[in-house]
Design a protein around this ligand. Structure first.
Ligand SMILES: [Zn+2]
Ligand SMILES: [Zn+2]
Length: 228
């Protein structure tokens, strides 16, 4: 679509691959409209800004995630829960309010509402920043909601070491926590500990390891109970 008054146009440099893109491309959920252009972990450079855009200028480094637009007026939009807005628009595979089809980041350019564009700081490489816009946000939110951003030295567990899990481990370590990965794949232990810095690794398909884990947790619970 054309760049409107509250839109910015971005020349796309990088786009992460989220598993959702595969589901959408293959119509696994029965909601795909073809032709489809997936991609919702987008970084690039702003090439055009609308008249009512104050916080971005041409040449800025910018990112776009899953959400493309919402009403900005309902109780959810006003409490940072825009994903529950009933007028929510996704970055791709949607029919925009003006009737145009939305296409995602495996492309050269995209037009987006300013509300759903973020600045990418100079200190963050554009390729590494892209996956933070879906996978990153998805695991950042529970850490934030459970007050784990600025209260270090908690023990946290990450179940599964896939696209989201590996970002969760890095966030957990960066925020100063003791991080244990719980995975079905023993082969991922080396990567978890050596590349990502995980402190513990439990194989969930190994009954003995899970038993020890449950036993220790029960002890810890009883111990706490005794001294509270
Ligand atoms: Zn995604
Ligand atoms: Zn809303």
């Amino acid at each position: 679509r054309e760049n409107g008054d509250t839109d910015v146009t971005i020349e796309i440099l990088y786009c992460g691959i989220c598993h959702t893109d595969l589901h959408q491309a293959k119509n696994d959920w029965g909601i795909t409209t073809y032709p489809i252009v997936p991609g919702h972990e987008i970084t690039g450079i702003i090439t055009k800004v609308g008249k009512q855009v104050e916080n971005f200028k041409v040449g800025d480094r910018a990112g776009i995630g899953c959400l493309a637009a919402s009403c900005l007026d309902c109780e959810f939009c006003k409490s940072s829960q825009e994903n529950y807005c009933d007028q929510l628009q996704f970055t791709y595979n949607g029919v925009f309010w003006d009737g145009s089809i939305t296409y995602g980041g495996y492309s050269k350019m995209i037009v987006e509402k300013k509300r759903y564009v973020v600045h990418v700081p100079e200190s963050l490489p554009m390729d590494a920043a892209a996956p933070l816009l879906c996978a990153g946000i998805t695991v950042f939110t529970p850490l934030k909601d459970h007050n784990l951003i600025e209260s270090p030295r908690k023990k946290i567990g990450v179940v599964g070491l896939g696209g989201l899990g590996h970002v969760a481990v890095k966030f957990g370590k960066a925020f100063g926590h003791h991080v244990t990965v719980i995975s079905t794949s023993p082969s991922k232990e080396k990567e978890a500990r050596e590349r990502l810095g995980a402190d513990g690794f439990i194989v969930s398909s190994n009954p003995k390891q899970m038993e020890v884990c449950i036993y220790l947790n029960t002890l810890l619970y009883k111990w706490r109970y005794l001294f509270i």
